[in-house]
Write a protein that binds this ligand. Structure first.
Ligand code: FAD
Length: 473
């Protein structure tokens, strides 16, 4: 690996060019692509003691939903020393990977690869929780306040860094629907979000009856893992979902073009109401279940009928949990409603896995200090431009970039690992004002949108009647 010129030593109180908040895959990608740019003095803070990618769901055999080229750097710089292939080379595993012929790496391998990068990149500070960001007009700099945490997560010291620019990569947090919140922290019956599944797996495997709620990828993987590890004929598992079906994730090659820079640019240029309608309508692009996982579930259910009888596993879609409560100290009662039948019933269970998804971590708390300068859309969400910059009052020359907080402005690609390197490169090109990472002008065969000759307000749900041009077609 060719030595990268080190940036000049950082004067203690000197402001940084860039402070990154959060070190998940997206800010790690940015740090890896910033590394060869010595003119950029950057530092990244992460509240966790080390890089740790969704530890509760590194289920054996679970793979990424994107190909290995969607690593931290390759789609912006295939020659980067921080690529997945270079990691394999460094680990003497290139030939085994070559013969493994696996396009989708295992989730545990992605975590290991990211730890390899995080363990070698300078300027990454783990155990640092960022508490607040403010604009200091006197110094025309941002102030970033952080708490240094010890290995137990206890506060050890407070600190402040000054910087010209910031990138927020605080990611997503597990989402728990209101009716189920009271159950989660109460002792006794295990009711956990899927994000913590592996830490509680043994307890679930021995529970009398289990309910998995939610039909996204996590719900499917947890259900499959439990099904495979419960005695045949005594599975005692319910898998419930609000969605109308246990539906596959869109994975057709043209469908996947929604995860391209072309579509992201197209989406960003649409009006706010159209964007909001599309995000809701496109749930199957990022919320369905990987087809291989669905097949594995059916295979396992089928395998369990070989010796007669059907597995004691109930899979019901279109069901909402209206309320839930404890029965004695050892059971939970779920009050269910079927969205199509309108029928209601109760299900008593001994353990619940909430595979109810994730939501973008609210930025309100960290950015409270910037509130007077922040521009918002009609739903009070931050406005974000095509270079992933928050729209701020012109009196603030510094820039705040976001990663994976822009679903409402940039569409379904926001949480997608496949766009990590491109977004990082876009941010670095914008930050440096140069193009250290020349980006592709075209990335999709689909041409999203028309080259406007005239503009009419976008019609909503109207059927267009086409007047025949020539021979009645
Ligand atoms: C189980 C799972 C599997 C997924 N698999 C795929 C996949 O295969 N393909 C795909 O395209 N996408 C996948 N995703 C979606 C997405 O890529 C991931 O969620 C990814 O982790 C997002 O990266 P991130 O950097 O935005 O956030 P995160 O990974 O959530 O990291 C954000 C980090 O910020 C830190 N942080 C937050 N607040 C602060 C603060 N105030 N101070 C300091 N640090 C802070 C957090 O501790 C966290 O470590 C998956 C998501 C999940 C949950």
């Amino acid at each position: 690996m060719s030595p990268t010129p080190l940036p000049p030593p950082h004067e203690p109180d000197a402001p940084r060019d860039l402070v990154g908040i959060g070190i998940g895959p997206f800010n790690l990608s940015l740090a890896a692509l910033a590394h060869p740019l010595p003119e950029l003095d950057s530092v990244f803070y992460e509240q966790r003691p080390g890089f740790d990618w969704h530890p509760g769901l590194l289920i054996d055999g679970a793979t990424l939903q994107v190909p290995f080229l969607a690593d931290l750097v390759t789609l912006a710089d295939p020659a980067s020393p921080w690529s997945f292939l270079n990691y394999l080379k460094d680990r003497d595993r290139l030939f085994p990977f070559y013969f493994a012929e696996r396009f989708h790496m295992q989730r545990a391998e992605y975590d290991a690869y990211c730890r390899w990068v995080a363990g070698r990149l300078p300027g990454l500070h783990f155990g640092h929780q960022v508490d607040a960001v403010r604009w200091n007009p006197e110094r025309t700099l941002f102030e970033v306040d952080f708490t240094q945490l010890d290995s137990e997560g206890e506060a050890e010291a407070l600190g402040r860094t000054y910087t010209r620019n910031i990138v927020l990569g605080v990611g997503t947090a597990p989402h728990i629907p209101e009716p189920l919140k009271p159950l989660v922290d109460a002792p006794g019956v295990p009711v956990i979000h899927a994000a913590d599944y592996l830490a509680h797996r043994e307890r679930f495997l021995t529970a009398e009856h289990i309910t998995v709620i939610g039909a996204g990828q996590s719900g499917a993987e947890v259900f499959l893992d439990l099904l495979r590890n419960r005695p045949a004929g005594r599975e005692k598992i319910h898998w419930l979902a609000r969605t109308e079906a246990f539906a596959p994730m869109e994975y057709s090659k043209l469908g996947l073009e929604h995860f391209t820079p072309d579509y992201t640019r197209y989406f960003h240029a649409l009006t706010e109401p159209v964007r909001d309608r599309l995000v809701a309508a496109q749930w199957q692009l990022h919320k369905g279940i990987d087809a291989d996982t669905i097949a594995a579930i059916h295979d396992e259910l089928y395998r369990r009928t070989l010796h007669g009888g059907w597995p004691d596993a109930v899979l019901t879609p279109a069901v909402t949990v209206r309320t839930a409560g404890r029965v004695a100290t050892t059971k939970v009662e779920l009050h269910l409603e079927h969205g199509q039948q309108g029928a209601r019933t109760r299900l008593t269970t001994d353990a619940v896995v909430l595979a109810t998804g994730y939501r973008e971590r609210p930025l309100g708390q960290i950015l409270a200090g910037l509130d007077p300068y922040l521009r918002r859309d009609s739903a009070e969400r931050p406005r974000i431009d095509d270079q992933f910059r928050l729209a701020l009052d012109p009196s603030v020359p510094g820039r705040v970039y976001v990663q994976n907080a822009e679903l409402h402005t940039h569409g379904v690609g926001a949480p997608d690992l496949g766009l990590a390197a491109w977004r990082s490169a876009t941010i670095l090109n914008s930050l440096t004002g140069k193009d250290p990472y020349p980006l592709p002008r075209r990335t999709a065969f689909t041409t999203f949108g028309l080259e406007p000759q005239s503009q009419v307000p976008p019609a909503r749900h109207t059927v267009q009647t086409l007047t025949p041009l020539v021979d009645g077609r």
